[in-house]
Design a protein around this ligand. Structure first.
Ligand SMILES: C[S@@+](CC[C@H](N)C(=O)[O-])C[C@H]1O[C@@H](n2cnc3c(N)ncnc32)[C@H](O)[C@@H]1O
Length: 254
């Protein structure tokens, strides 16, 4: 990978990617390869904090989730934990919640975890969603948006499927500062890739993770991009000293 590639791809750049299409393919293959161990690794490597982050992010949108007939899309849903966290915040059978992901293997696990629920699962690329304009009251993405091959195109696609006044929540890793940041970086760049590689049995994905977080826009820049894409009231709330954080924004009402 060279500087040229970095400049041309305005999103995630996994090893070997040379353009937006190959970056997307590499991301999908990577998640497909770790799907069998994904949940276990998530819980182990985050010391179970991931459950609290999903719950906290979902709770933020209670006002929407408690509406009967709420129409919700969880993008890059993977094995479905964020989608299930959203479902648990609803209090009526009327809410329609979709989980979408482009890795079949990840979605298969989501389907099993959500069996018996009203959740609907869709195999789809977040950059080309199979939904008409103005469909959703809420679009979320947990730890998935950072993997898109084009962040601005991803934001525009979320804006397109949101109804005017609808909300968006993007939960993803951050880079904490200060002493916490120093300790965290040692863990994230050395310990996590080593443990992740051993448990998953796959070389690559757990080295890509810290690299993708480093490449992801900092909160200030991400908020500018969100406003440029058509969001208003964009904000970022740090979780656990900024190890993760929630971007929240509303699509401008017409
Ligand atoms: C780190 S996992 C997050 C899964 C889940 N949201 C969670 O919180 O555990 C990222 C997911 O994003 C999916 N993904 C990445 N790029 C995508 C795209 N362009 N379209 C759809 N899904 C995508 C991957 O297949 C993977 O399942």
């Amino acid at each position: 990978m060279n500087h040229d590639t970095h400049d041309r791809i305005v999103g995630a750049v996994p090893a070997g990617a040379s353009d937006r299409e190959s970056a997307s393919r590499a991301v999908r293959d990577m998640f497909t390869s770790i799907a069998p161990r994904y949940d276990l690794l998530n819980h182990v490597l985050s010391f179970n904090t991931d459950r609290m982050w999903w719950w906290r992010a979902a709770r933020t949108f209670d006002a929407i989730l408690r509406q009967s007939e709420a129409h919700v899309l969880d993008l890059c849903c993977g094995t479905g934990d964020m989608t299930l966290a959203l479902l648990r915040r609803t209090n009526s059978r009327g809410a329609r919640i979709f989980g979408a992901d482009f890795s079949h293997a990840m979605l298969q696990r989501a389907t099993v975890k959500g069996s018996g629920s009203s959740l609907r699962w869709i195999e789809a690329d977040a950059l080309r969603l199979p939904f008409p304009d103005h469909q959703f009251d809420l679009v979320t993405s947990a730890f998935g948006f950072r993997n898109l091959a084009d962040y601005d195109a991803g934001l525009r696609e979320i804006v397109r499927v949101l109804r005017p006044g609808g909300e968006c929540g993007i939960l993803d890793f951050g880079e904490p500062g200060g002493l916490v940041g120093k300790i965290y970086r040692i863990y994230f760049k050395s310990v996590l890739p080593a443990v992740g590689t051993v448990i998953s049995g796959v070389q690559g994905p757990y080295k890509y993770l810290p690299a993708s977080v480093e490449r992801f826009p900092a909160p200030d820049e991400m908020l500018v991009r969100m406003r440029e894409a058509g969001f208003s009231e964009a904000s970022w709330t740090p979780y656990t000293f900024g190890v993760a954080g929630l971007y929240r924004a509303r699509k401008a009402a017409r």
